[in-house]
Write a protein that binds this ligand. Structure first.
Ligand code: IMP
Ligand code: MG
Length: 186
């Protein structure tokens, strides 16, 4: 087992250990359980980054929830998101009259989540809230104001991988969240 948990050489430092993440996700699940008790809840996982978080979070909720998936791509220049978001895979169901919780891996410029939230609100649900594992507030684009009801961790401006987060589609499987070594960007 040791190999999977030891720090990989592409990672500069571990920002959040597997234990820290698991503890926080359990707390978030308990909070969601209290807030939505007696209501129907549809969890919306934004592919692919949120799948690891989603799979742990949903098992920390104490009542039956429903699950759906949305895949988007943001068109950006270099490492900047442009705010133009394309739906690659839409939800399988109508969200009209439902309580929605959008589950995301990370809030960066905020453009992706603000687009998704507006899109969902336009479909007349009963409520729409956001649950993000990570938030990098320093990176927020000017004029973008995204309110998250649940935030796992507020982190500094560094490029992180693991626990669903990727760089060029790699590292999603790491059980911890680490700062990617800058030599990997080349
Ligand atoms: P936003 O629209 O700029 O908020 O973009 C959010 C998306 O950018 C996330 O869903 C991630 O896919 C990606 N992203 C932003 N920061 C990081 C990071 O540090 N590591 C990995 N992916 C990131
Ligand atoms: Mg990504």
């Amino acid at each position: 087992m040791k190999g999977a948990f030891a720090m990989h050489p592409d990672v500069e430092s571990i920002l959040l250990s597997e234990t820290q993440i698991q503890e926080r996700v359990r707390e978030m699940g308990a909070e969601i359980s209290r807030d939505y008790e007696g209501k129907e809840l549809l969890l919306i996982s934004v592919l692919k980054g949120s799948v690891v978080f989603m799979s742990d979070l949903m098992r920390a909720v104490s009542f039956p929830v429903k699950l759906d998936f949305l895949a988007v791509s943001s068109y950006g220049l270099g490492n900047k998101t442009s705010g133009v978001v394309k739906i690659l895979k839409d939800l399988d169901q109508s969200v009209e009259g439902k309580n929605l919780l959008i589950v995301e891996d990370i809030l960066d410029s905020g453009m992706t989540l603000s687009y998704i939230k507006d899109l969902m609100e336009g479909r007349h649900p009963a409520s729409v809230e956001i649950c993000t594992l990570l938030d990098k507030p320093e990176r927020r684009a000017p004029g973008v104001d995204v309110r998250c009801r649940y935030t796992g961790f507020t982190i500094p401006d560094a490029f992180v991988v693991g626990y669903g987060l990727d760089y060029a589609e790699k590292y999603r499987n790491f059980p911890y969240i680490g700062v990617l070594s800058p030599r990997m960007y080349g």
